[in-house]
Write a protein that binds this ligand. Structure first.
Ligand code: UDP
Length: 332
C-alpha cells in the first residue's frame, strides 16, 4: 500500500510512518518541520520505501502527484498545542483549514479517490458539560472566548470540508476525533501536560499544575492511536463517519502530577499555577474530557493496550536514558 502522511515528522505522524514501514508499505511524508522535527524521521531515512519532503502543506508543489500516488492519506499536518495556538493564532487558522481543504481538493481534482483519514480533535466538543463525549453530542463554544477556540474552529472546519467533499464528490473520508495522545516524541514545549510533568519530575523541578488540578483528561498512548487509525481505515463501514479515537480511562491533572512524581521516584514538589501565570493570559480550560468509544469499538473491536502507568514508565525510562550520557560526561 502507498501511504501519504502530511505532518509525518510530527509526534503522531512519525509513529504512523514507522508503523506502516514495519508492515512493508511505502510511505511518503511531507512536513514543514515547524512543530515536527527531523529527528523524528531520521531513523526512517535509510529505508528504500520511505520518502520525505520538507514543505508546507499549504504551498507544496508536489501535493497533486503525491495524492495521485497514494492509496491512503493521513492528514496530520496542523499547528497544535495551547501555547502555540495562543502565540500564533493566524498560522493556526490558515494552515489548519487551508491545508486540509487543499488535500481534499487535490483528491477531487486528480480524479483519484484514495482514502483520507483526517485528524480532528476532542477540542471540538468545547465546553460541553457531559461526563463523556459521544460523536453525536453538541459542540459548545462561548462566543467571548475568541482565540482560545481557534484550534477547535479549524478542526470543525476540516470536518465540515470533509462532509462537503464526501457528499458532493464522493470522496472516501474518515474523521478521527483524537483525544489527548501521549507517548515517545511528544514535546513539552507547546504546553502538553504529560511530557512537561515527566521532564519536571526527572529533573526534580516543581511539577506545575495549572488551575486547581481537578480538571480531567483521558490519555491514550500514541501506539494505540496508530493501531486504531489503521483499523478504522481498514473498516469499510467507517467511510464517511466521525469517530472518537482514544482511551476512556480518565484522571484529574493533580492526580496525574502525583502519579508521575511517584513513578519517577522524584523529589519534585507539586506547584499550582493560575492560568494567567501559566499562559500569560486568562484562559478558559475544559473541565472534563473523556471519549465514549462505543462507535470505535463497534466498528473495529479496538481496545487500547497501553495503560497510563505503562506509558508514563516508558516515558520516564526514555527521558532518563536520553539525559544519561550528559550526566556521565559531567561526572566522568
Ligand atoms: N496542564 C498543567 N500543567 C502543564 C501543562 C498542562 O496542569 O504543565 C493542564 C492544562 O491546563 C490542561 C491539561 O493539563 O488542563 C491538559 O493540557 P494539554 O495542553 O496537554 O491538553 P489539552 O488542554 O489540549 O487537553
Amino acid at each position: 500500500m502507498h501511504v501519504l502522511i502530511t505532518g509525518g515528522a510530527g509526534f503522531i505522524g512519525s509513529h504512523l510512518a514507522e508503523y506502516h514501514l514495519s508492515r512493508n508499505d511505502n510511505v511518503h511524508v511531507v512536513d514543514n518541520l515547524n512543530t515536527g522535527s527531523y529527528d523524528n524521521i531520521k531513523p526512517l531515512l535509510g529505508n528504500a520505501s520511505f520518502r520525505f519532503d520538507e514543505a508546507d502543506i499549504v504551498t507544496w508543489a508536489g501535493l497533486d502527484k503525491a495524492v495521485g500516488w497514494a492509496d491512503r492519506i493521513y492528514h496530520m499536518a496542523a499547528v497544535v498545542g495551547v501555547k502555540k495556538v495562543l502565540a500564533d493564532p493566524v498560522s493556526v487558522m490558515a494552515t489548519n483549514i487551508a491545508g486540509c481543504e487543499r488535500v481534499m481538493r487535490a483528491m477531487h481534482q486528480g480524479g483519484w479517490n484514495p482514502q483520507l483519514i483526517v485528524a480532528s480533535s476532542s477540542e471540538v466538543y468545547g465546553f460541553n458539560e457531559n461526563a463523556g463525549f459521544a460523536e453525536t453530542d453538541a459542540v459548545v463554544f462561548h462566543s467571548g472566548s475568541r482565540l482560545r477556540w481557534c484550534y477547535a474552529v479549524t478542526k470543525l472546519a476540516d470536518e465540515s470540508f470533509g462532509y462537503a467533499y464526501a457528499q458532493k464528490y464522493g470522496l472516501n473520508i474518515i474523521i478521527a476525533r483524537l483525544f489527548n495522545t501521549i507517548g515517545p516524541r511528544q514535546v513539552a514545549q507547546y504546553g502538553m501536560v504529560v511530557p512537561s510533568f515527566v521532564r519536571q519530575a526527572i529533573s526534580n523541578q516543581p511539577v506545575t499544575v495549572y488551575g486547581d488540578g481537578t480538571q480531567t483528561r483521558s490519555f491514550c498512548d500514541v501506539r494505540d492511536i496508530v493501531k486504531a487509525l489503521d483499523l478504522l481505515a481498514a473498516t469499510p463501514a467507517a467511510k464517511g463517519e466521525i469517530v472518537n479515537v482514544g482511551n476512556d480511562q480518565e484522571i484529574a491533572i493533580k492526580d496525574l502530577a502525583q502519579l508521575v512524581v511517584q513513578r519517577a521516584k522524584s523529589a519534585s514538589p507539586i506547584k499550582f499555577l493560575s492560568y494567567g501565570e501559566a499562559y500569560g493570559v486568562d484562559f478558559e480550560d475544559v473541565s472534563h474530557r473523556r471519549p465514549i468509544l462505543n462507535k470505535l469499538r463497534a466498528l473495529t473491536g479496538f481496545e487500547p493496550k497501553w495503560t497510563l502507568v505503562d506509558t508514563i514508565d516508558d516515558l520516564i525510562r526514555r527521558e532518563r536514558s536520553m539525559s544519561k550520557p550528559v550526566t556521565e560526561t559531567m561526572t566522568g
